[in-house]
Design a protein around this ligand. Sequence first.
Ligand SMILES: [Fe+2]
Length: 287
Amino acid sequence: MNDLIENNTKIITEALTDPVQTDGRQAEALIRVPCRHNPRLQSVVDAVNEDRALHALWRCANINAVDRLGISDHGRVHVQIVANVALRLLRLLVEGGVQPSVVRHHGLEDADAEVIVFLASMLHDVGIAIHRDRHEELSPILAAPRLSAILAQIPDYDVERTTIISSEVLHAIVAHARDAQPLTLEAGIVKVSDALDMAKGRSRIPLECGKVNIHSISAAAVERVVITRGDGKPVRVEVQMNNSAGIFQVGELLKGKLDNSGLAEHLEVVANVQAEAEKRLIPLFRL
Ligand SMILES: [Fe+2]
């Protein structure tokens, strides 16, 4: 498990340094997540990487988000970060004794829960290719045919399992809206993972270009998000920041998503100000 988590950290770091592109080269880039212990997930990742329509959808979503609306990346780099964070959260939660909903309610396996959080991460924002407004409800229109195409290539999945996996993925997509209630552990994980793509100015809030305000200053203050095994809870999320202004991202924005994720009881969230030059107003902010 530890090597999985180490690899995960490496992939998240690499994804953060991967430039966002909207030219043809992006189509060549592959999604990478640690999955060698889960052959079923490996097959799904391979099918995603072969799916040219899905890669095109990520480019369409980012043209609306970045080029037309001036907000942060919602394309391939974003979904790769979300998928890596989601798999890490899921593995730590399972290790901590928390049972995925697809195991509890459908009798499937932990390996299938990994497939669900991975596919929901890949597909949650494709609706932005139609419009950002209420994109959580638009994504299933474009996600459903991609799910059918991808899952048809997985030998382990018969029609019943394909239907269950698809339903759970579509639920997680719809439930990632701020006001929607996730009914599964997997959906809660995707919702929180989406919000945790916040390092190095990548916050999910719509940044107003060139404006200095609490949104832009706090987004720029977040340096890293470190996810480890917790002491009292299965997971500890540490948001490292170079300025106390970053606490706005944690106290106002992340807290809103966490409170409506169903995961709050399993996650310990701390914000740590690490700047040497800044006068520390508080040593540690605990949510
Ligand atoms: Fe997202």
